[in-house]
Design a protein around this ligand. Structure first.
Ligand code: GAP
Length: 427
């Protein structure tokens, strides 16, 4: 089995990611996050918000609606320019992105290279929805990027808070794209989540370039600090003809996935493209100067980060498989077990340890099977520490703490546990 297959199987087995609508055969391009997956994804989002919003006095957050007035998309250029080139196999009518040469080659091979492609045509990625109670219903769109919700609220935020240029507006939320070729598990989906900062700066080449470079470093270091292998991370500058319609210049943070170097986050210099299109300006209330700010954007994919953290943390050590996730993002920080599930005094003691720890951390409870099987399961979920309550615990009020990465066990008094874990999490 290759790594993608292993992660796909583990994600289902341990409750990270399931096919959407699986009992009806699934639905291409859509995925559901299970109990472990939602914790991992939430922790990634929390860490992002900590760095990008709470860690700065020049950034505020918002949460805009997914469906907006369709005029927003007309003005933003998405209805005309948010497209991919599409070709169709004349033989079987399967459609592909014309720029994905490896997929085209593989498909041609399936037809022994005896088929033809249609001319490439542009295909709009916006997902249409119909709203209203009278016919014809009103055509609207699910947002193709979460970004426009920030721009259309630019004036509201400036008027309702104390922000001053340079400042940023952060947002995390779902976006939707009618992708021609969803695939590579959650990597390219039709529904996905983005975590974005739009940072507004003075329209100045030199200053904006400095911010652009600073945000590149801030963002790549965030992935490294959360444990992604630095050797599997690099920047990839967009070629002139590959840039999005709004970008003055752009760089991707790419991760070396089993399917090749792949975009995880885009850092874009959007110039004044968006605020100009929406007719929005900024007035400096000290100098009274009015201008259209430029925008530096960091746009990360929550689902891609989640997938890459899963792939990167997957570790085989002989028979043992574990996810070496940074404890900050691990779905559960701890698991608590009674040594034996059929001894009420052990279960009661373990429950009392659990009830204290779960007020501080996300804690898994497991009393199925034997202790070896429980370690095996928690390793695959990436739980950094397992706490076992045994017969000695009833006498000396101490427990065994087992470390996921080293497998080492140590004995600790129950009343020292919170301190012990806090120190570990702060490391
Ligand atoms: N606001 C800018 C923007 O949306 P983008 O490069 O199109 O830029 C940003 O998207 C990030 O969103 C990507 O780097 C990726 O992580 C994520 N993303 C984009 N399309 C995706 C898809 N179909 N499935 C999963 N994630 C996607």
């Amino acid at each position: 089995m290759d790594l993608m297959e292993k992660i796909y199987a583990l994600a289902k087995r341990r409750g990270f990611i399931f096919q959407s609508s699986e009992i009806y055969g699934g639905y291409q391009g859509f995925w559901d996050y299970g109990p472990a997956g939602v914790e991992l994804k939430n922790n990634i989002k929390k860490e992002w918000w900590k760095l990008m919003v709470y860690g700065r006095d020049d950034v505020v957050g918002i949460d805009a609606s997914i469906i907006m007035n369709p005029i927003v998309w007309e003005k933003s250029g998405h209805l005309t320019a948010f497209t991919d080139p599409l070709v169709e196999c004349k033989e079987c009518h399967k459609r592909f992105r014309a720029d994905q040469e490896d997929l085209l080659k593989a498909h041609s091979k399936e037809h022994n290279n005896k088929m033809e492609w249609t001319e490439s045509k542009t295909f709009n990625l916006m997902t249409e929805v119909l709203l209203g109670t009278t016919e014809p219903k009103e055509k609207s769109y699910l947002r193709g990027e979460i970004t426009q919700g920030v721009f259309v609220n630019f004036k509201n935020v400036v008027d309702s808070t104390r922000v001053k240029i340079p400042f940023g507006i952060a947002q995390i939320g779902k976006a939707f794209r009618n992708e021609v070729t969803p695939g590579n598990f959650t990597f390219r989906s039709k529904e996905f989540e983005q975590m974005e900062l739009e940072y507004f700066v003075k329209p100045d080449e030199k200053e904006s370039k400095t911010f652009f470079e600073e945000f590149k470093e801030l963002r790549i270091n965030w992935y490294k600090n959360l444990g992604l292998n630095p050797k599997k991370l690099h920047f990839h500058d967009h070629e002139e003809d590959k840039k999005a319609h709004y970008a003055k210049y752009a760089t991707d943070i790419e991760y070396e996935a089993p399917f090749g170097w792949s975009e995880m986050e885009g850092i874009h210099h959007r110039g004044d493209y968006d605020l100009s299109n929406h007719g929005l300006k900024y007035r400096d209330n000290i100098t009274n100067e009015e201008y259209t700010p430029w925008v530096i954007e960091t746009s990360g994919g929550v689902d891609r980060a989640t997938l890459f953290f899963l792939l990167d943390s997957y570790t085989e050590d002989g028979e043992r498989v574990y996810l070496k996730l940074n404890p900050k993002i691990a779905p559960y920080k701890l698991a608590v077990f009674p040594l034996l599930a059929n001894k009420p005094e052990l279960v009661e003691k373990a429950r009392s340890v659990y009830s204290v720890l779960c007020t501080m951390y996300s804690v898994a409870w497991d009393d199925r099977g034997n202790i070896g099987k429980r370690y095996f399961a928690q390793d695959e979920i990436g739980t950094p520490w397992c706490v076992t309550v045994d017969f000695d615990s009833l006498k000396d009020n101490s427990v065994t703490v087992r470390d996921r990465d080293t497998g080492k066990q140590e004995r600790l008094p129950v009343d020292k546990l919170v301190n012990y874990f806090q120190n570990k999490l702060d490391e």
